[in-house]
Design a binder for this molecule. Structure first.
Ligand code: SAH
Length: 218
């Protein structure tokens, strides 16, 4: 099953490369992680399109080029401790597990976490710790993190996440309204933090104490 759809997967990697992704370890991770196992069977034939897909519970697996952009910015070396907010399908978690030392991932919807965990375990990914809960408050127990990735759009960068960033660490978070955002990069050094906008994007809302307080209305 893992070796299925090699052709479409290769073409996706070529698309990412053509769109400016240069980090070879990121491209290799996309070539090796079977994205089709992370989407519902009904959309499996579209798993290698550069598009978001529905994954149930009103959520989506993000567009591959967004995941690639996040990872290209982070330039992981394999030694990092990474916190991911919004496990969703678990696909980005699988990429991170290849590119970093240890991944801590938080998802608020239990059914999504169950499914993501099942797929990741079936792929023998064993450097991931899972938490069902509100990722906007972070995961203090294992802080600080070298990288923090927020996979849902927030009205602002949740302060607890900034507080849990290591010196030299980088945090990516989409900030804006419920339907469109700017992805901001927060870097921390000894002198404090610096924030830059790196791209625009459309993520589902980050729902929690330091995000949107309630579910979006249709
Ligand atoms: N990278 C994931 C993104 C999934 S969409 C993927 O490509 O599959 C964003 C996810 O964030 C959704 O699953 C949603 O349930 C989750 N989410 C929203 N608010 C959250 C919060 N406060 N804490 C943890 N997860 C949250």
């Amino acid at each position: 099953m893992v070796h299925e759809l090699r052709g479409p997967r290769r073409r996706l990697v070529e698309t990412l490369q053509a769109n400016g992704i240069r980090d070879l370890s990121v491209l290799r991770a996309f070539d090796e992680v079977p994205r089709h196992l992370f989407v519902p069977t009904g959309v499996r034939h579209r798993a290698y399109e550069d598009a978001a897909q529905p994954i149930g519970s009103g959520q989506t697996i993000s567009q591959p080029s967004i995941h690639a952009m996040y990872l290209d910015v982070l330039q992981l070396t394999g030694k990092e401790r990474v916190l991911e907010i919004g496990t969703g399908s678990g696909f980005q978690t699988a990429l991170l597990a290849r590119l970093a030392a240890q991944v801590f991932t938080i998802e608020r919807v239990p059914a999504l976490m169950d499914r993501a965990k099942e797929v990741l375990r079936s792929l023998h990914v064993n450097n991931v710790s899972y938490l069902v809960g509100d990722g906007t408050i972070g995961w203090r127990e294992y802080a600080p993190y070298d990288a923090i990735l927020v996979g849902a759009g927030s009205p602002g960068v949740p302060q607890p996440l900034v507080d849990q960033l290591a010196i030299g660490g980088r945090l990516l978070c989409p900030v804006g309204d419920r339907t469109k955002q700017d992805v901001v990069l927060v870097t921390r050094d000894i002198g404090g933090t610096r924030t830059t906008v790196i791209a625009d994007a459309r993520f589902v809302p980050l729902v929690g104490t330091h995000g949107w307080i309630d579910e979006p209305t249709a």
